[in-house]
Design a protein around this ligand. Structure first.
Ligand code: G6P
Length: 611
């Protein structure tokens, strides 16, 4: 939530910061702002709404785009204080000599603000973040690093901050506790950001700050310390994403691009991980011996949003393939409900970003309860990946669209590989393992076949896009696919959509059905199909239009449903993948038809880094 970019070097600063903010916009788009230190003063611009509005305002300031030196910028997802120009970052001290951008939440800001106001400090905004600028100003005695370090232990909550001062041009100070900061190392220039995507056009060499780190960054040097002012060393990581991976290319939206990338992103998740000889999977990052794997008695999966839905698919896999009892927790509840973690419990946190606050908290709770923790993340070097200590990466490339698509499918594939590995430790035979391994290898092709039907799915979307309520129903491991399909539709098209187990319809929701309330029924030809057929009839009897997802050539469903999206034949384990892709396309074209901002739906942000 919220994005930070900073630059120090010789180039014109505003264009670099604005380009960086555009690449970060998926982290929040309520308002944007930037501050540039030049000629002994801080020039700034802010605007409510998208970065483009702030850019237009900056272009209207004579000479602003030509300022060179160093600067910081921010795109905001409002927590404390409404989205307004005064609440947009950067925030300043009273004489406008210090500017701060902040991600996270300062929980004790009211106490801090009262103390500062009692000393005569005048606040411009309602944000929690502004206290940081005034506190650094109060502590400042000519050394920005020292002043920043001096105030950090008074801040309760989380922060990733970047600070500049007009008294020390060419210097950015950054600090991190709970909210990521990455330093990008360039030639005669350096950058800072809240994640790597805005750094890609400039460098691949990055340093991830750890909690408690603080750094002074100039064009030539990075001085990295602990808050106690002790120099610390951090590894320089190399990012293997190319800059093009974070560009839209010829696609109208990032979401569409990412949907179409799935044959490749899934292939990346599978590559090198299928062991055909043993009918098993190779997941080296798990770092668990066959004996340790055999001792696992229970699995707990924790995640939020689409990652949790992937976990729900995983629950079927682990119980059915590996015979291990599995529960899925909303990460936000995990630590509060004091889960039972026994010595042989395996906890699997799932997170695309690796930065979701609730999932991080779940990891910490699991680690301190002594669980074996192995994470599934996409972003390399992210907090969850590091704190879990072991895990596997999706290698899906950057996911920019707020609505998750390719990360979800890769998470499901990874869980299937994981279940196969655990299954082969237990009751799954070599021949069954070989069959499943072959099925897994087919997934990219199955997805490609669904993508080829995009024009037909678009037509169906257009036909039903005017409705304001949808149900999605499924059974077995297609039940979580129904939940995910409903989430996709509601988050980007603002249609009220609910996912239900097909059998649950009769326990209440069916009373809502009429001719204006379509039902998307996942009627793939897998065990349980006959039951779904019955449920489709029940919906039709209430005049609800039925859009069915069915196995190619299934005449029974074709005759019964008002519209059919065909997916290729496949086993029940693999079925959630082509199905999920079909539903992503349905949601996408519906949102486009309704004129929605597909990549940046209202009120949402990609990385939810606050509770
Ligand atoms: C946000 C995103 C979702 C994502 C969820 C969990 O709500 O909009 O797409 O599924 O966070 O994010 P994570 O990075 O932990 O997978």
């Amino acid at each position: 939530m919220c994005g930070i970019i900073g630059y120090v070097g010789k180039k014109c600063t505003a264009p670099i910061l604005i380009d960086g903010l555009k690449r970060l916009e998926y982290r929040g788009y309520d308002s944007a702002g930037l501050a540039i230190v030049s000629d002994g003063r801080i020039a700034s611009e802010k605007a409510v709404g998208k970065v483009k509005r702030m850019e237009d305002a900056a272009l209207a300031q004579p000479g602003f785009m030509k300022l060179c030196g160093c600067g910081i910028a921010h795109t905001r997802w409002a927590t404390h204080g409404a989205p307004s120009e005064v609440n947009a970052h950067p925030h300043f001290n009273m004489d406008h000599t210090i500017a701060v951008v902040h991600n996270g939440i300062i929980e004790n800001y009211q106490d801090l603000r009262r103390r500062l106001e009692a000393k005569g400090c005048k606040f411009a905004s309602q944000t929690d973040s502004e206290v940081i600028a005034h506190m650094i100003s109060e502590a400042y005695q000519g050394d920005l690093l020292a002043a920043t370090a001096a105030i950090l232990d008074q801040l309760n909550g989380t922060y990733g901050i970047a600070v500049v001062s007009s008294a020390q041009p060419g210097l950015i100070v950054v600090a991190r506790k709970g909210s990521p900061i990455v330093i990008g190392l360039g030639e005669g220039e350096n950058l800072v950001a809240s994640d790597v995507s805005p750094l890609l056009p400039h460098t691949r060499q990055v340093i991830y700050l750890e909690d408690g780190d603080i750094a002074a960054i100039t064009a030539e040097k990075v001085d990295l310390r602990s808050v106690k002012n002790v120099p610390v060393e951090r590894e320089v990581a190399k990012i293997d994403w190319d800059a093009g991976a974070a560009e839209k290319g010829n696609f109208a939206h990032f979401m569409l691009k990412e949907i179409f990338e799935q044959p490749e992103s899934i292939a990346n998740a599978i590559r090198g991980r299928v062991d055909h000889e043993l009918g098993s999977a190779i997941l080296n990052g798990m770092n668990l011996s066959p004996r340790e794997l055999a001792q696992i008695t229970h699995i707990v999966i924790a995640g939020c949003g689409s990652s949790m839905h992937a976990g729900l698919v995983g629950e079927y896999y682990f119980e059915d393939i590996a015979g291990i009892s599995t529960s899925v927790e909303q990460a936000a509840e995990f630590r509060y409900r004091n889960p039972i973690i026994e010595p042989n419990t395996l906890v699997i946190p799932i997170s695309q970003s690796g930065e979701t606050a609730d999932t991080i908290a779940a990891v910490r709770e699991a680690v301190q309860k002594g669980a074996i923790v192995t994470a599934i993340c996409n972003v390399v070097g992210s907090t969850i990946a590091r704190e879990a200590g072991r895990g596997v990466y999706l290698h899906a490339g950057p996911e920019i669209s707020v609505a998750s698509t390719k990360a979800f499918s890769s998470q499901v594939v990874m869980l299937l590989l994981f279940a196969l590995r655990l299954g082969r430790n237990r009751r799954f035979s070599r021949s069954d393992g070989m069959l499943l391994a072959n099925e897994i290898e087919r997934i990219p092709e199955l997805v490609r076949e669904v993508l080829a039907q995009a024009p037909q799915i678009e037509k169906i979307a257009k036909r039903y896009a005017h409705n304001e309520n949808f149900f999605f129903i499924g059974r077995g491991c297609l039940y979580p696919a129904a939940l995910e399909g409903a989430l996709k539709l509601k988050e980007i098209s603002y249609i009220h959509a609910e996912g239900y187990h097909a059998a649950e319809l009769k326990h209440g929701p069916i009373s809502l059905l009429d001719e204006h309330h379509p039902v998307v029924a996942l009627a793939n030809d897998i065990p349980g199909k006959d039951k779904i057929i019955g449920n489709i009839q029940e919906c039709r009897a209430r005049r609800a239009p039925v859009i069915a997802v069915a196995t190619r050539g299934d005449k029974q469903v074709l005759e019964m449903a008002d519209a059919v999206i065909e997916v290729p034949p496949c086993s029940r384990f693999v079925a959630p993948l082509p199905t999920a892709v079909a539903l992503q396309l349905l949601a996408y074209y519906t949102a486009v038809e309704r004129g929605c901002e597909v990549d940046q739906p209202r009120n949402l942000a990609k990385s939810v880094t606050v509770e």
